[in-house]
Design a protein around this ligand. Structure first.
Ligand code: G4P
Length: 535
C-alpha cells in the first residue's frame, strides 16, 4: 500500500544513516560504562562518569524523578542521540537496576536492534534472559559484547555455549580473546586477521592493531609463546566448528555477532562500535493494520511507546515519547492522532542530545521525540501526517506482571483522588490494576513487572495526588488471562492459593503462586484456555 512514493534526496540520506538501538544487560554487567564510552566517542559527553550518578555526583540524563536521585538509579528509560563516523545514533537507555519495569520492555519496541552486554565472569543472567525474550518477539538483530575481559573470565567457548543454549540464538565470534584477567593480552580480530593488544592501565582509545598470520613466529613476541599455541588451536576450532557469519541470519535475529572487550579500560569498544554500525540496520519497516510502512515513505508516522508524567512537578506535565517510523517530522506540522480521530499539532517536540533536551525542528524515521501530552495519548497510539490515509501500528503487548500487592487507601474520604491517581498511573502503563470480583475500587490488586514500581507508585500517589496508601505484598508470581470468557467460573477447579480477579476491562484472570498450580489448573479444567498477555 505504501510501496510507491519515497522521500527524496537528502531526507533519504538522513534516514539511511540512522541507527536506533537499545543496550540490554543484567545489572552490573557494564551497560552504563559501555554507553558512556560510546557517547565519548561520539563527542556527546566530555567526561567519563557523567552518564549515571551511581557513585558520581552528576546524575544521569534520565534521572528525572526524585526517587531516581534518591536511589541513584535510573527508573525511566530515555534516549540519547549523537553522531559518529557519518552515522546518526540513537541509543535507547533501559533501566539497569533489577527492579526494572514494563517501560524497559516497551523501550525495546522502539529499537531496531539490541546490544547485549554480558559479564565475562558470569555469562547469561536472569535479566538478560528476560530482555532477550522481548528482542526475540520482534526478531531484531542482537549483538553481544562480552565485557570485563580484564578480569578473570569464564572459558570463552563455555560463554558462547551458554548464550546458545540459554537464549537459543546462534553465535559468531567476530574477535577472540587472548587470555583474561591479569593474563589478558588482547583480542584476535577474525575478519581483519589482526591482533589488537591490550595494555593494562593505559585506558587508551587508540587501538594498537598488528596484522599477522597466526603461523608467523613474530606472534610469540606479541602475545607470548604460551598464549600463541592456545590461540592458534582455538581459532582453528572456531573456523571449523563455529557458525559462519551470515548477515541475513544476523538481520533476522537468529545469529548474534560476538565481541570480547573491556568497557572500563576502553578496550575493544571503538572497534566494536565500528563493526556494529556496519552490521546493524538503518530504520526497519513496521507493520500496520494496512500493511507494512517503509521508513522512506514520504509520510510522517510515529507511535507512542512511553508516557512519563510529572517530569517537572511544578508544571504537572506529562510527556509522550514517540518513535518515528517513516518520513520526516517538522516542527509545527499538522498531524493526525489516529486513536482519538483528531487533527493536532505536536506541542514542544523535544529530543535528547546526550545531556540536553532541546526543541527539535526536524526529525526523521528512526528518531525518538518527546512531546507535551495534555492527557490525550496512550501507549501504542499512532500519529501520522495529516492528509495521508490513516494507519494504525500494531499495538504494544501488555507484559504480564510478576509481582503483586493489595493496595488500600488510608483516608477513605479521598476515594475520588485515589481512583483518579491509580487509574491515571495505570493508563501510563507503569502499573496494572485488577479488582477482586464483588469488591469496589477502594481496594485493588496492583501488578508490576519490577518491584521498584511499588515504591514509585507510593511516591507518586503521595506527592502528586496527596494520598496515603497501604501496600500489602501478595505471594502471586504468575498471571494468566482466561481466553474463553464464556466458561463457568464457579465450576473451575483450582488450588486453594489460586485467585480469580478482573482487569479494568472486565476480563477475568487467574493469579498463581507457582508454575505447578498453572499446570494443575489446566489439567483439571479441560475447557480452560489461558493466555500470558492481556487484550
Ligand atoms: P550496569 O550499568 O550494567 O549496571 O553496569 P555499570 O556500567 O554500572 O558497571 C558495573 C560495575 O562494573 C562498575 O563498577 C564498573 O566500573 C564495572 N565495570 C564495567 N565494565 C568493566 C570492565 O570492562 N572491567 C572491569 N574490571 N569492570 C568493569 P562499580 O565498582 O560497581 O562502580 P564504579 O565504582 O566503577 O562506579
Amino acid at each position: 500500500m505504501f510501496g510507491g512514493a519515497i522521500l527524496a534526496g537528502n531526507n533519504q540520506k538522513e534516514i539511511d544513516k540512522r541507527r536506533t538501538f537499545a543496550i540490554i544487560s543484567h545489572p552490573d554487567a557494564g551497560k552504563t560504562t559501555l554507553t558512556e564510552k560510546l557517547l565519548l566517542y561520539g563527542g556527546a559527553i566530555a567526561l567519563a562518569g557523567s552518564v549515571k550518578g551511581k557513585k558520581t555526583a552528576k546524575h544521569a540524563v534520565s534521572d528525572w524523578m526524585e526517587i531516581e536521585k534518591q536511589r541513584g538509579i535510573s527508573v525511566t528509560s530515555s534516549v540519547m542521540q549523537f553522531q559518529y563516523d557519518g552515522y546518526c545514533i540513537n541509543i535507547l537507555d533501559t533501566p539497569g537496576h533489577q527492579d526494572f519495569s514494563e517501560d524497559t520492555y516497551r523501550t525495546l519496541m522502539a529499537a531496531d536492534s539490541a546490544v547485549m552486554v554480558i559479564d565475562a565472569s558470569k555469562g547469561v543472567e536472569a535479566q538478560t534472559r528476560k530482555l532477550f525474550k522481548v528482542c526475540m518477539l520482534r526478531h531484531i538483530p542482537v549483538f553481544t559484547f562480552i565485557n570485563k575481559m580484564d578480569r578473570e573470565a569464564k572459558d570463552s567457548f563455555d560463554l558462547l555455549a551458554d548464550i546458545e543454549t540459554e537464549l537459543g540464538i546462534e553465535t559468531c565470534p567476530i574477535n577472540w580473546p587472548i587470555g583474561s584477567g591479569k593474563e589478558f593480552k588482547g583480542v584476535y580480530d577474525r575478519i581483519r586477521k589482526e591482533i589488537i593488544s591490550f595494555t593494562p592501565g593505559s585506558g587508551q582509545r587508540e587501538v594498537e592493531a598488528t596484522s599477522i598470520d597466526l603461523a608467523d613466529a613474530g606472534l610469540d613476541a606479541l602475545i607470548g609463546a604460551d598464549k600463541r599455541g592456545k590461540l592458534v588451536e582455538e581459532i582453528e576450532l572456531l573456523d571449523g566448528a563455529s557458525h559462519e557469519f551470515d548477515m541475513e541470519l544476523v538481520r533476522a535475529g537468529q545469529l548474534s555477532p560476538v565481541f570480547f572487550g573491556s568497557a572500563l579500560t576502553n578496550f575493544g569498544v571503538e572497534p566494536f562500535l565500528k563493526e556494529f554500525l556496519r552490521m546493524t540496520t538503518s530504520p526497519l519497516p513496521r507493520e500496520t493494520d494496512s500493511g507494512t510502512i517503509d521508513p522512506f515513505s514520504p509520510y510522517f508516522t510515529a507511535f507512542v511507546f512511553k508516557i512519563q508524567a510529572n517530569m517537572n512537578k511544578a508544571h504537572r506535565d506529562r510527556v509522550a515519547f514517540m518513535r518515528i517510523c517513516s518520513g520526516k517530522f517538522e516542527k509545527g506540522m499538522d498531524v493526525y492522532h489516529v486513536q482519538e480521530n483528531k487533527r493536532m499539532r505536536l506541542s514542544q517536540p523535544q529530543q535528547l542530545m546526550a545531556q540536553d533536551r532541546s526543541i527539535v525542528d526536524e526529525a526523521y524515521a528512526g528518531d525518538i521525540i518527546s512531546v507535551f501530552d495534555p492527557g490525550v495519548f496512550s501507549i501504542g497510539d499512532t500519529i501520522c501526517e495529516a492528509g495521508m490515509e490513516p494507519i494504525a501500528f500494531q499495538g504494544i503487548p501488555t507484559f504480564a506482571p510478576e509481582h503483586f500487592a493489595r493496595l488500600r487507601q488510608v483516608d477513605t474520604l479521598k476515594r475520588k483522588q485515589f481512583i483518579k491517581g491509580t487509574t491515571q498511573i495505570a493508563q501510563e502503563g507503569a502499573i496494572q490494576i485488577f479488582q477482586e470480583p464483588g469488591k469496589g475500587m477502594e481496594e485493588v490488586i496492583v501488578g508490576v513487572v519490577g518491584v521498584l514500581q511499588f515504591d514509585v507508585l507510593e511516591h507518586r500517589l503521595n506527592n502528586e495526588y496527596n494520598i496515603d496508601i497501604r501496600l500489602e505484598g501478595l505471594p502471586y508470581q504468575y498471571i494468566r488471562w482466561i481466553e474463553n470468557e464464556e466458561i463457568d467460573l464457579s465450576s473451575l477447579q483450582l488450588t486453594s492459593d489460586t485467585k480469580i480477579i478482573q482487569d479494568l476491562k472486565g476480563n477475568h484472570l487467574l493469579l498463581f503462586t507457582n508454575e505447578w498450580n498453572i499446570t494443575w489448573a489446566v489439567d483439571h479444567n479441560k475447557e480452560l484456555r489461558l493466555s500470558e498477555s492481556g487484550r
